[in-house]
Write a protein that binds this ligand. Structure first.
Ligand code: SF4
Length: 129
């Protein structure tokens, strides 16, 4: 038996996942069908939206110095939830990515990350001066 909170909507139903006498997965506590879908996804294919920061570069390709009033990191995020098991590998890939300023929200910094259909994009626009 496993207990989950459905985060699909603000109702936050308390789900109980169990198997019936035939070994079939059974979900209770959900107020709608989306809760069962959420429970199945969470158990068999858990995903999370990933946020991170990538190193920023100035327009000339140099690194913002200590006296610079520009941020040294640019916030990025996945466009949708990403397979949880691959998150450590994704973070490793993002550590090697630099984003040149100005950074424009929505710009793709990593397309089809690790062979998935998920892109990583700039989460917030940052001017270059
Ligand atoms: S089961 Fe349905 S009503 Fe309950 S939290 Fe999930 S989506 Fe909302």
């Amino acid at each position: 038996m496993r207990e989950l909170i459905c985060i699909t909507c603000p109702m936050g139903c308390h789900l109980v996942v169990d198997t019936d006498e035939h070994g079939e997965m059974k979900v209770t506590g959900n107020r709608c069908a989306r809760g069962e879908h959420y429970a199945r996804e969470e158990i068999f294919n858990p995903k999370r939206v990933v946020t991170f920061t990538c190193a920023a570069l100035l327009p000339d390709g140099s690194v913002p110095g200590p006296g610079s009033d520009l941020p040294r990191r640019v916030p990025v995020r996945t466009t949708v939830a990403f397979p949880k098991e691959k998150i450590p590998e994704l973070l490793g890939a993002l550590r090697g990515i630099t984003v040149r300023l100005p950074a424009v929200r929505g710009t793709v910094v990593l397309q089809k990350a690790l062979g998935t259909e998920v892109d990583v994009i700039v989460a917030r626009s940052i001017a270059s001066k």
